[in-house]
Design a binder for this molecule. Structure first.
Ligand code: NI
Ligand code: MN
Length: 238
């Protein structure tokens, strides 16, 4: 399977015919690798409702008939907007999809949609193409990140998969100001225990400018994981 970084916290996951978009903030994203009209996902997954994640969800889902998975308050707003296929889990819930599964797990942040719906933010543990990907969403550093591999194993079992030894790839915010910074993210990488970390949510706007190569050096020196720094548009295959 392939992970394409679309800029900021947006990723496209592909396996065979399945295309899954996470946090499709493209319009208004100065680092967007593509325009929203270039994408046709079967599924859109949202970590939370902030505009830099919610992004083009409604436009894309209506144009493509995509299924959207989001925490219940956001899911209800999307259903009211006329999105036809919506799943509304809460933290701890695992949703099965044609291509795999997604499980909502805690993240420490705040969240309101652009229309004002208050909701709890989440991280997403995603099983696709036999790989397990963990998008941390927006979060500060917190100790329960050490449960990530347990949550991935139980999510996989809930979906009828064999429990994986460890998360293959963690998509991790490192930009600071709105989330943990690259220094806290070094500790997060150790707690999560993924094989590979792909940093995101940095350099999009001035307050979240950071040094991703220095993050990579710190994590790899610590031995916690390998780090793949992707420019917007680049692809990584675990
Ligand atoms: Ni946010
Ligand atoms: Mn954000």
């Amino acid at each position: 399977m392939e992970i394409r970084f679309l800029g900021h916290a947006a990723f496209e996951l592909r396996e065979g015919d399945a295309t899954v978009l996470v946090d499709p903030f493209l319009t208004g994203n100065p680092k967007a690798a593509v325009g929203e009209q270039e994408l046709s996902p079967q599924t859109i997954l949202l970590t939370h409702g902030h505009a830099d994640h919610f992004g083009d969800t409604v436009t894309i889902a209506k144009r493509c008939g995509s299924t959207v998975v989001a925490i219940v308050e956001i899911a209800n707003e999307l259903a009211a907007e006329g999105i036809e296929h919506v799943h509304d889990p809460n933290l701890g819930g695992t949703v099965l999809l044609d291509w795999g599964f997604v499980k909502l797990v805690p993240a420490w942040h705040t969240s309101t949609t652009p229309k004002g719906t208050v909701n709890t933010p989440a991280g997403l543990i995603i099983g696709i193409g036999g790989k397990v990907i963990y998008h941390l969403g927006d979060t500060g550093l917190f100790g329960d990140l050490r449960l990530a591999n347990d949550l991935a194993r139980s999510g996989a079992r809930a979906a009828g998969w064999e429990a994986p030894a460890q998360i293959d790839v963690a998509l991790m915010c490192i930009g600071g100001h709105y989330t943990m910074d690259r220094f806290d993210a070094v500790s997060a990488a150790a707690l999560v225990g993924a094989r590979t970390v792909i940093p995101c949510h940095y350099d999009t706007f001035p307050p979240i400018t950071t040094d991703a190569q220095a993050f990579k050096a710190d994590v790899e020196t610590s031995g916690a994981a390998s780090v793949a720094v992707l420019a917007p548009g680049e692809t990584y295959s675990p």
